[in-house]
Design a protein around this ligand. Structure first.
Ligand code: NBG
Length: 822
C-alpha cells in the first residue's frame, strides 16, 4: 500500500488494511518474508505498523505546532521510565482489536508479541516514572511539549538473586533493536568539554569571554513518540546519544596501535553509555557531570533552533519557552543558557539573566541531604571552566541582593551562597536552581512545606512567592486501564469511559459502595487479579502464594528511610507468635516485595538478603502451615509493578515521616483498590485526607513528633530494653535465627538499629505491629473491606497526573493547549 502524497494518509483501521500494513512492514521495513519470520520479526513488524498510526498524528501535531508558534513546555529530566510501549501505543491508536484479529487469522496471538516488547529502564524509580507520567498527561491535554533526556545504552541494571543476595547484570535493552525511536542524525549537535576561557574586550570596550573547549562530542537525538490518549496530539521525547567526532585516529591506526586509535571514540561515547544506578544519593563522579552537561547543552541548542524557526527577538524567549528542571540533575542548564546568551549572542548580562530567570522552573524531589547534588569547584573548573565563571558571577550578584535585604547577616549569606566553602569548595546545585528559576516546587503538600520551612528556608524568606506545591500524580491510562483491564472494564460499564481523561469521575463509584452485586464484582476482580499474579509468579520464579491470603505488598526502591527492614521485623514478629503457639488463629498473609538496591549500598543489599532468609525459614516451616509466605521476585520494574498494583490488598507506605517526598506507588495502589498502611509522610497525608481516616491504616510518629523526639535525644536502646517483642525480634536476627546460626552476617543491621536507628524503626515498631494487626482483622470482614477498597479508588481521582499537569500549566508554565485537528 502506498502513501497518499497529499495527506500522507495511508492506513486505515480495518482488519484487511492492518493485515496488509503488517505484511508490508515485515517485508519492506524489516526486510523479512512471512515464511521465514521469527517471533522477533513479527514483533518488529507489528510495532512498525502501530507506529505508522502514531507517525501520522506526529506529523499533524508538528505542523499544527509550527503554524501556531505556541509556548512550549520543555521537560528536562536525566531519567525516564516509560514502561512497555507496544500495548500502550495500541491502546492510544485504537489498534488493539484490528491487530488481534489480523494476527489471529494467521494463528498468532497479539499478547505473545506484547511480551516481547522491552521496557526501557532509563531511570531509577519514582522520579523517572513521574517524568513519563507527565509526558503522557502533557500529550493527553494537548500541551505543546518536548521531553529531553539521555539515551542510555544501558539502563538500570537487571537484578538477579543468588542465594538471596542481589547480583547486578547490565541491561542491554537495545540488543534486538528498538522500533520506537527515530535516530535523527541530521540534527546532531556539537558539545564541548574542558579547555580554557579567553578574555578580550570588544570594540565598545566591554569585557568578553570565549570558551575554547579542549574536545568536542556529538549529540545525536533519538526521538520517541509520546501519544496523548483520546486526542490527535503526539508529542516527542528526545533522548541524546553521545557520538565521537572522529571514528578513529588514522595516524595511530596506520602504525598499528588499534586500541589507542579508537580511544577518543570510546571516551566520547561513554557519556551516554550507562545510567547511574543511584536513587536518592548523589555521587560526585565526573562522568555524571558530563552526562548532565551533555544532555542539557544538546537540548538548549535544540530549543534555540526551534525558537528561531519563527521568532527572533530574545525578549520573547520566556513567552515561547519554559524549561522545567526535574530535580538538580539538569541544573547546569542555567549557566549554559547564560553562556549562550552572553558569549555567543552578545546580550548584556542583566538582560540575559532576566531571560534565563524567566525561563527556568525547578522541581525538588527530596528532603534527604545526600540527594542534593554538590559539584566540587575543581571538577567544574576542569570540565566546564566558563560555566564556573558564570556561576561565580551569578553568585556574586545574588549575594549582593541577600546583603542588601539582610544587612550584616553574613551567616545567612554563607548559608545561601551557591558555593559551599567548607569542608570543600562545592557548587550547591539546589541553590543554583533556586536562584536561576522563577518558581520552585515540592511534590506533595507536606514536602513543599518542609522545603519552605527547612531545606530552602532562607530562600523562602527572601522570595516567598517563589515557592509552590504540585502534588504528584500518575497516569490512569497505564496504571488502571492497561495494568488492570478487569477493573477498568467494570468501572467503564458502571460510570462510562470518561474517567480515563477525567479521573474525578471515579467519585461516582461511591454510589455503588453499598450495592451487593457491585461489591461481589469488585471482590471477584481482585481475586482474579491475585490468581493471575500467582500464576505469573509460579511460571516465572516457581513461587506460589494462596490467592485467599491477604496480599501485602511493599514495592519501591530499597532504601533505609523507606523502612523495608521494619516490614521484615513485622514478619519475624508474626512468625515468632506462631512458633510460640502454633494453634494461634492468624489470617493467612503473603508478603510480596519488589526492590532494587543501589549496587554500592551495602546495608540495603543486606536487607534484601535478610528478607530472603526470612522467606527460607518461614515459608517451609510446618508450624506455619502456609499461613505466612514471603515472596520476593527479582528485577522489580514498571512491568512488574503493573502486575502488583491490581492484585494488592494492602499497600505498604511506611517511611519515617518527613523522609519520602511524595511517593507515587502509594497512589497507584490506592487507585487499584488496595488499602494503605502508612505513616503521615509525603502524599500519604493527602491520600488519607481524601479516602477518609476510616479507610486508611495510619500509624507512627508525625514529622513534629520525630523532631521532638530527636530534640529530646533519641535512644533506640530504650525501646529495645522495654519492649520484649521487639527485643525478641532483634535478638533473633542478631543470634543467627535467619542466618543458620551465623551471628556476623546481619550484625551491621543490628548495630545500625540499636546504636543509631536513623529512621526510628524502633520508635515506630509497636505502633506498626498493632496497625498491621488491625488491618488483618479488618480483612476478616470481606464486605467492609471491599467497601473500603471501592472508596479508595473512588476518592483518588485527584491523583491523576492530568490534574498535576493542569496545575503546572496554570500556576507555573502559563501555557495553553493546542488541539490538533483529526
Ligand atoms: C523521588 C522521591 C519520591 C517521589 C519521586 C517523584 C528522587 C530524588 N525523589 O518520594 O523519593 O515520589 O521523587 O517526585 O528520586
Amino acid at each position: 500500500m502506498s502513501a497518499n502524497p497529499t495527506t500522507g494518509q495511508r492506513i486505515q483501521r480495518t482488519v484487511p488494511a492492518f493485515t496488509q500494513l503488517l505484511l508490508d512492514n515485515l517485508y519492506h521495513t524489516h526486510g523479512q518474508a512471512v515464511q521465514s519470520a521469527s517471533a522477533q520479526d513479527g514483533y518488529m513488524a507489528l510495532s512498525y505498523s502501530v507506529r505508522d498510526f502514531l507517525v501520522e498524528r506526529w506529523r499533524k501535531t508538528t505542523e499544527a505546532q509550527y503554524r501556531a508558534n505556541p509556548k512550549f513546555v520543555y521537560y528536562f529530566s536525566a531519567e525516564y521510565l516509560p514502561g512497555k510501549q507496544l500495548a500502550r501505543n495500541m491502546l492510544y491508536t485504537d489498534t488493539m482489536n484490528v491487530a488481534r484479529a489480523a494476527l489471529a487469522a494467521h494463528d498468532l496471538n497479539v499478547d505473545d508479541f506484547i511480551d516481547l516488547d522491552i521496557e526501557p529502564g532509563l531511570g531509577n524509580g519514582g522520579l523517572g516514572r513521574l517524568a513519563s507520567c507527565f509526558l503522557d498527561s502533557l500529550a493527553t491535554l494537548d500541551i505543546p511539549a518536548v521531553g529531553y533526556g539521555i539515551r542510555y545504552e544501558y539502563g538500570i541494571f537487571k537484578q538477579m538473586f543468588r542465594d538471596g543476595w542481589q547480583v547486578e547484570k547490565p541491561d542491554g535493552w537495545l540488543m534486538y533493536g528498538n522500533p520506537w525511536e527515530f535516530p535523527q542524525s541530521d540534527e546532531m549537535v556539537m558539545v564541548g568539554f574542558g579547555g580554557t576561557v579567553e578574555s578580550s574586550t570588544d570594540d565598545a570596550g566591554n569585557a568578553c569571554s570565549r570558551w575554547l573547549p579542549k574536545y568536542q562530542v556529538l549529540g545525536e537525538p533519538c526521538t520517541v513518540l509520546v501519544p496523548g490518549y483520546a486526542t490527535e496530539t503526539v508529542n516527542i521525547l528526545r533522548l541524546w546519544r553521545a557520538r565521537a567526532t572522529e571514528e578513529f585516529d588514522f595516524q595511530l591506526f596506520d602504525i598499528g596501535d588499534y586500541v589507542k586509535a579508537v580511544e577518543q571514540k570510546v571516551y566520547s561515547e561513554n557519556i551516554s553509555k550507562v545510567l547511574y544506578p543511584n536513587d536518592e544519593t548523589y555521587q560526585g563522579k565526573r562522568l555524571r557531570l558530563q552526562q548532565q552537561y551533555f544532555f542539557v547543552a544538546c537540548s538548549l541548542h535544540d530549543i534555540i533552533r526551534r525558537f528561531h524557526l519563527k521568532n527572533d527577538d530574545w525578549d520573547l524567549f520566556p513567552q515561547k519557552v519554559v524549561i522545567q528542571l526535574n530535580d538538580t540533575h539538569p541544573v547546569i542548564a542555567i549557566a549554559e543558557l547564560m553562556r549562550i546568551l552572553v558569549d555567543q549572542y552578545g546580550l548584556d548580562w542583566d538582560r540575559a539573566w532576566q531571560i534565563a530567570r524567566d525561563t527556568f522552573a525547578y522541581t525538588c524531589h527530596t528532603l534527604l541531604p545526600e540527594a542534593l547534588e554538590k559539584w566540587p569547584v575543581d571538577l567544574l573548573e576542569h570540565c566546564l571552566p566558563r560555566h564556573l565563571q558564570i556561576i561565580y558571577d551569578i553568585n556574586y550578584r545574588f549575594l549582593e541582593e541577600v546583603r542588601s535585604r539582610f544587612p550584616g547577616d553574613e551567616q545567612r549569606v554563607a548559608r545561601m551562597s551557591i558555593i559551599e566553602e567548607t569542608p570543600r569548595r562545592q557548587i550547591r546545585m539546589a541553590h543554583l536552581a533556586t536562584v536561576g528559576s522563577f518558581a520552585v516546587n515540592g511534590v506533595a503538600e507536606l514536602h513543599s512545606r518542609l522545603l519552605r520551612e527547612q531545606t530552602l528556608r532562607d530562600f523562602a524568606d527572601l522570595w516567598p512567592d517563589h515557592f509552590q506545591n504540585k502534588t504528584n500524580g500518575v497516569t490512569p491510562r497505564r496504571f488502571v486501564q492497561l495494568a488492570n483491564p478487569r477493573l477498568a472494564t467494570l468501572i467503564t460499564s458502571t460510570i462510562g469511559a470518561d474517567w480515563l481523561t477525567d479521573l474525578d469521575q471515579l467519585q461516582q463509584l461511591e454510589d455503588y459502595a453499598e450495592d451487593a452485586a457491585f461489591l461481589t464484582a469488585w471482590r471477584d476482580i481482585k481475586q482474579a487479579n491475585k490468581v493471575a499474579l500467582t500464576e505469573y509468579l509460579e511460571k516465572s520464579i516457581q513461587q506460589h502464594f494462596h490467592p485467599d491470603s491477604i496480599l501485602d505488598v511493599m514495592a519501591k526502591r530499597l532504601h533505609e528511610y523507606k523502612r523495608q527492614l521494619l516490614k521484615a521485623m513485622h514478619i519475624i514478629w508474626l512468625y515468632q507468635r506462631i512458633k510460640a503457639n502454633p494453634k494461634l488463629v492468624v489470617a493467612p498473609r503473603t508478603f510480596l516485595f519488589g526492590a532494587k538496591a543501589a549496587p554500592g549500598y551495602h546495608l540495603a543489599k543486606l536487607i534484601i538478603k535478610l528478607i530472603h532468609n526470612i522467606g527460607t525459614v518461614v515459608n517451609p516451616d510446618p508450624d506455619v502451615q502456609g499461613r505466612l509466605k514471603v515472596v520476593f521476585p527479582a528485577n522489580y520494574n514498571v512491568s512488574m509493578a503493573e502486575r502488583f498494583y491490581p492484585a494488592a490488598d494492602l499497600s505498604e507506605q511506611i517511611s519515617l515521616a518527613g523522609k519520602e517526598a511524595s511517593g507515587t506507588g502509594n497512589m497507584k495502589f490506592a487507585l487499584n483498590g488496595a488499602l494503605t498502611i502508612g505513616t503521615l509522610d509525603g502524599a500519604n497525608v493527602e491520600i488519607r485526607e481524601r479516602v477518609g481516616a476510616a479507610n486508611f491504616f495510619l500509624f507512627g510518629l508525625s514529622v513534629d513528633e520525630v523532631a521532638a523526639l530527636r530534640q529530646r535525644g533519641y535512644n533506640p536502646m530504650l525501646y529495645y530494653q522495654q519492649n520484649t517483642d521487639l527485643r525478641n525480634v532483634i535478638d533473633a536476627i542478631a543470634t543467627g535465627g535467619f542466618s543458620n546460626g551465623d551471628m556476623k552476617l546481619f550484625q551491621p543491621l543490628v548495630d545500625a538499629l540499636l546504636f543509631h536507628d536513623q529512621f526510628m524503626l524502633l520508635a515506630d515498631f509497636q505502633a506498626y505491629v498493632d496497625c498491621c494487626e488491625a488491618a488483618a482483622e479488618a480483612y476478616q470482614a470481606p464486605d467492609r473491606w471491599t467497601r473500603m477498597s471501592i472508596l479508595n479508588t473512588a476518592r483518588c481521582g485527584f491523583f491523576s497526573s492530568d490534574r498535576t499537569i493542569r496545575q503546572y500549566c496554570d500556576d507555573i508554565w502559563r501555557v495553553d493547549s493546542l488541539r490538533v485537528k483529526a
